[in-house]
Design a protein around this ligand. Structure first.
Ligand code: 6PG
Length: 239
């Protein structure tokens, strides 16, 4: 875990790590696959990345960890947010944008994204992503994995539909599941703000309760997991 004075410093460091992982991935296997998160925390990072034309955008493939089931132009769309802040400003080939189709019915959106994952890596059910960006809600959710019993589908399917009420955001969502996220080479949580202090301490420093704290379901099988947090979120950690 790394603790930064504020979101600005955290976002700069995240952009440096993003750049390093992108370059290493392109050198190693010719392309960089990254999963973006929604929510407000990554906006600053996306702004910084939008001003980094030297990143290997032509070889970058962008996916999403979760999406609210709203049309792409809706203010609640995670794709729409990333498009406006980042994707519209960098030379990313349109075919490298692999969005979750929030305008579809839940089951159709799940089937579509499951097929997109499979098509990206024929012969495998999903790609081993080079980088997965994640945020965390003040209830411990991450992507759209919310507190409560862990379903069989969440354990066995790559993409699932969920309904969850959080902070007035669209409740119908689809999400990647832990088997896919935990298969990634690098997983990076970005957590900022005083409203996350209690849950961050619980997730990182209390015994595992993955049903209560979904962020604890993220345990990479063979990659690395990094937490970037700011002082405000870290204030209750026992360091
Ligand atoms: C979403 C997210 C979600 C988000 C957290 C944190 O679609 O809402 O992907 O998991 O990362 O809710 O959101 P904030 O960054 O706004 O606190």
């Amino acid at each position: 875990m790394e603790i930064f004075p504020d979101k600005a410093a955290l976002s700069q460091a995240a952009a440096r790590l993003f750049s390093q992982i992108a370059q290493e991935a392109v050198s190693a296997h010719g392309r960089f696959s990254v999963v973006l998160s929604g929510g407000s925390t990554p906006r600053r990072l996306y702004q910084i990345l939008s001003q980094m034309p030297a990143l290997p955008w032509e070889q970058t493939h962008v996916f999403w960890g979760d999406e609210r089931l709203v049309p792409p132009a809706d203010p609640g769309s995670n794709y729409g947010q990333a498009k406006a802040i980042l994707l519209d400003h960098v030379p990313l080939p349109p075919e490298n944008i692999h969005r979750m189709k929030g305008e579809l019915a839940p089951d159709t959106a799940v089937a579509d994204y499951t097929a997109q994952l499979h098509q990206f890596t024929p012969g495998q059910p999903w790609p081993r992503f080079d980088l997965v960006l994640l945020g965390m809600g003040s209830d411990g959710h991450t992507a759209s994995l919310f507190p409560g019993p862990i379903s069989t589908a969440e354990r066995t399917q790559p993409v699932i539909a969920v309904t969850a009420h959080y902070d007035g955001r669209p409740a119908q969502r689809i999400t990647l599941t832990p088997p896919v996220i935990n298969d990634a080479a690098h997983i990076l949580f970005l957590v900022t703000g005083a409203d996350k202090a209690d849950v961050l301490t619980a997730v990182l420093q209390s015994p595992p309760q993955p049903e209560k704290y979904p962020a604890q379901r993220i345990q990479p099988h063979h990659g690395d997991l990094t937490w970037f947090v700011d002082n405000a979120a870290a204030v209750k950690l026992n360091t």
